[in-house]
Ligand binder design. Structure first.
Ligand code: HEC
Length: 199
């Protein structure tokens, strides 16, 4: 008698095996290089995890340095911006004037006290002969400041009085209003002789 044959168990196929394909060395090096570049990039641009910092600044301290230190500084910066758009065309960014176009403002005796002179020049213009830093000019300046908001005018005159070699006190909106009120109907530009009478 033959023993009852055990049911045949089908031999299972062997588990599949992954082949041992070597990772190419250049790929490892490339990954290392990319990783390294990423770290350097993050280091330079991540702003040390401070959300207020964004490109192109690397650190909060750089931004702090750019903040106006005080209201006065912000006022002068505003004046600089007005100067660059309204006055610099003729008087040059450096305040040194341009030959046959406009006399210098840097070091000019017309920019310093009495402050009413520069306010009048800006509000109503200036024409005819004028001596600036020992040099004769005879041109005409239009009333460049007449259309400016009073705050902007005060800011730009303050900037001019404190930029370059100039070191005169700030100009206030009140001072501008006072000159405006005193010469409300004036349409003619000033002459140097008239301005010299202001003490
Ligand atoms: C279109 C050209 C022009 C522009 C813009 C201009 N100026 Fe003038 N400015 C002149 C000329 C020209 C004179 C000299 C006028 C003369 O010969 O009588 C002058 C003279 C002056 C003077 C007296 C002389 C001196 O050099 O110190 C002051 C102060 C002055 N300008 C301020 C300003 C201010 C402030 C602005 C901007 C708000 C301005 N100017 C914009 C042409 C210009």
């Amino acid at each position: 008698m033959t023993p009852p044959s055990s049911p045949r168990v089908a031999a299972e196929p062997a588990e599949p095996k992954a082949g041992g394909v070597a990772m190419p060395i250049w790929l490892i090096m490339l990954l290392c290089a990319v990783g390294y570049w990423g770290m350097v990039y993050f280091d330079a641009h991540g702003g040390r995890f401070q959300a207020q910092v964004y490109a192109p600044y690397a650190q909060l301290s750089e931004i702090d340095e750019l903040q106006p230190a005080s209201d006065t500084e912000a006022f002068v910066n505003r004046g600089k911006a007005v100067y660059e758009t309204v006055c610099a065309l003729c008087h040059d960014l450096t305040g040194s004037g341009k030959p046959a176009q406009a006399p210098p403002l840097a070091g000019s005796e017309w920019v310093t006290d009495p402050v009413e002179r520069i306010i009048r020049i800006a509000l109503h213009g200036l024409s005819g002969p004028i001596t600036v830093l020992g040099e004769e000019w005879n041109l005409a300046m239009p009333a460049m400041g007449a259309a400016l908001p009073e705050e902007d005018l005060a800011a730009v005159l303050t900037y001019i009085r404190q930029a370059w070699v100039n070191k005169s006190p700030a100009v206030s909106v009140e001072e501008i209003r006072a000159v405006k009120a005193a010469h409300a109907g004036r349409t003619q530009p000033w002459t140097a002789d008239e301005l010299k009478k202001i003490q």
